[in-house]
Design a protein around this ligand. Structure first.
Ligand SMILES: Cc1cc2nc3c(=O)[nH]c(=O)nc-3n(C[C@H](O)[C@H](O)[C@H](O)COP(=O)(O)O)c2cc1C
Length: 208
């Protein structure tokens, strides 16, 4: 009887360990860190605005792609947010972002990654703002040292693709392995991008 109980417990433990291994697909532990700024004006991504409506909820374009990566990889999500709020309307947002870029600002971030040591691979997502990284991304890259980790960039843009931002990440994180095989999604294709995301992740060997 004792042996039987022991075998049942061992079997359950084996199932639990397998399930846990499967929930973390790909290589090493994954974090999906992203910055996104859904606009309050415009209709949704179909009309070219920086927002998508999913199940009645408004989310940013980059968050949409981040969610696709999360579903496929089982990674943890981390939203890069600032203490200050950005204007929701397109024109004031453009102006605020341009002023921040001109001032080489480092907007203060509202939250920290609970424990970076937990992660080997960081998917880093952001919109292109004025042909560059949004300034909160500079704050984020200043704040953490990603030495020894792999950074895989992804972006949603209005036409300029990465616009040299991968090289900027490489310069700011010289001790990280920054992938040049990032994914650039046009904002016009966001809502149809999930298959592209999966194909890209397979190509990277992150999922099977
Ligand atoms: C302030 C601002 C500046 C932008 N600058 C550019 C740009 O220089 N080139 C480009 O292709 N798209 C540009 N865009 C378009 C955004 O990259 C695009 O709308 C992106 O999908 C926004 O992602 P989000 O909804 O996750 O914030 C800009 C958008 C904003 C709001």
């Amino acid at each position: 009887m004792k042996n039987f109980v022991f075998m049942v417990i061992a079997f359950c433990a084996m199932i639990a360990m397998t399930a846990n291994a499967q929930s973390q697909k790909g290589t090493g532990k994954i974090l999906i860190a992203y910055f996104t700024m859904p606009e309050s004006s415009g209709v949704d991504a179909v009309s070219g605005a920086s927002r998508v409506v999913v199940d009645g909820k408004v989310i940013g374009n980059v968050e949409f792609v981040a969610n696709c990566i999360q579903r496929a990889t089982g990674g943890d999500m981390f939203a890069i947010r600032t203490i200050q709020t950005y204007p929701g309307e397109h024109q004031p947002l453009l102006e605020t972002a341009r002023n921040e870029l001109k001032a080489n600002a480092r907007p203060q971030l509202a939250a920290r990654i609970p424990d970076l040591r937990n992660y080997d691979t960081i998917f880093l997502g952001y919109p292109i703002w004025w042909y560059d990284l949004p300034m909160p991304l500079y704050s984020f890259l200043d704040e953490y040292n990603f030495a020894g980790k792999t950074i895989i960039p992804f972006t949603v843009h209005g036409g300029v693709r990465f616009s040299g931002t991968i090289e900027k990440i490489i310069a700011l994180e010289p001790q990280a392995a920054v992938s040049k095989e990032g994914l650039a999604v046009s904002r016009n294709n966001v809502i149809r991008s999930e298959l592209d995301v999966i194909t890209w992740l397979r190509g990277l060997g992150m999922i099977h």
